[in-house]
Design a protein around this ligand. Structure first.
Ligand SMILES: [Zn+2]
Length: 50
């Protein structure tokens, strides 16, 4: 479980990323992608963490 937060474009809320996982990108940086934690929202959140 992480406590990384990101902005959900679907519900326009800044909140915790649920079921997130780190994804290494081709340029060597790391992205953390998961689902919006707001009740009823199915939006995806992605955030560059390093
Ligand atoms: Zn959302």
């Amino acid at each position: 479980m992480s406590n990384i937060e990101g902005f959900c474009l679907k519900c326009k809320t800044y909140g915790l990323i649920k079921n997130g996982k780190e994804i290494k990108m081709a340029n060597g940086r790391t992205r953390f992608a998961g689902l919006c934690s707001q009740a009823g929202c199915t939006g995806k959140i992605s955030k560059i963490i390093s």
